[in-house]
Design a protein. Structure first.
Length: 235
């Protein structure tokens, strides 16, 4: 039987300041718990709301694959490699920090907040050149099925990450829609919006996560209001 560790939204670490409301699924920054630093290759799963006209100033990263997925609003990205883009719902973004990169993330809207998820996995090779990719997968998401968002396994419709043992899957599921949860050594099922039920495992609401080990043959069924789910399958 697949071991299931359910983590509730209210159990997450929280960083809350005047311009940022951030929930951390794992140890992050000043929040540290030795028993909660990762699940498989997934090191960071931050659920961020950035107020209108504010954001993260320029800061460095190194040797990390960083995937950003916007739930509502827009997020502006600029980095030291000359990349610049506006990320919106349905547009997947990946930044490979490699040998070192500096970037900023800013909410360009003067009146509306931006709500997004940022997720980190280590690369399978350190010290590579920094890289950036964005890809609109809105059409794929409209199918209502589970689709690859970011992949180290050469999925054509996903952004590419430099980690051959990780895939991020996602879906906006209608009420009652059932999907098969990907099988892998470590699987992290996160309900970004809505609700649903892991079978077996029980009910999940917005912000809840199920950490699965040696996942095999599990399903997820969206609740009465539907669900947007993000599922990392890693070694």
């Amino acid at each position: 039987m697949t071991p299931i560790d359910v983590r509730r939204a209210g159990e997450r670490f929280t960083t809350k300041i005047d311009w940022l409301d951030s929930k951390h699924s794992f140890s992050f920054g000043s929040h540290y718990e030795p028993s909660n630093i990762n699940h498989g290759l997934l090191l960071v799963n931050n659920d961020d709301v950035v107020r209108a006209g504010t954001g993260f100033g320029t800061h460095p990263h190194r040797d990390m694959e960083i995937v950003t997925w916007v739930l509502s609003g827009e997020l502006e990205h600029k980095d030291s490699e000359g990349n610049h883009g506006i990320i919106y719902p349905g547009l997947a973004q990946r930044m490979s920090a490699g040998t070192g990169i500096r970037h900023s993330e800013h909410n360009p809207n003067a009146t509306a907040d931006v709500h997004f998820l940022q997720m980190w996995v280590p690369p399978d090779t350190q010290g590579v050149e920094p890289g950036y990719e964005q890809l609109d997968i809105s059409t794929e998401f409209k199918t209502g099925e589970l689709v690859p968002i970011a992949s180290g396994k050469r999925h054509d419709s996903a952004i590419t990450i430099r980690q051959r043992d990780a895939v991020l899957w996602g879906g906006r599921l209608a009420a009652g829609k059932r999907i098969d949860v990907p099988d892998d050594r470590h699987v992290h099922v996160f309900v970004a919006r809505g609700s649903g039920e892991i079978d077996p495992g029980g009910a999940l609401s917005t912000g809840d996560a199920a950490r699965l080990t040696d996942a095999d043959g599990l399903g997820f069924t969206a609740g009465p209001e539907g669900a947007e789910v993000l599922i990392w399958a890693t070694a």
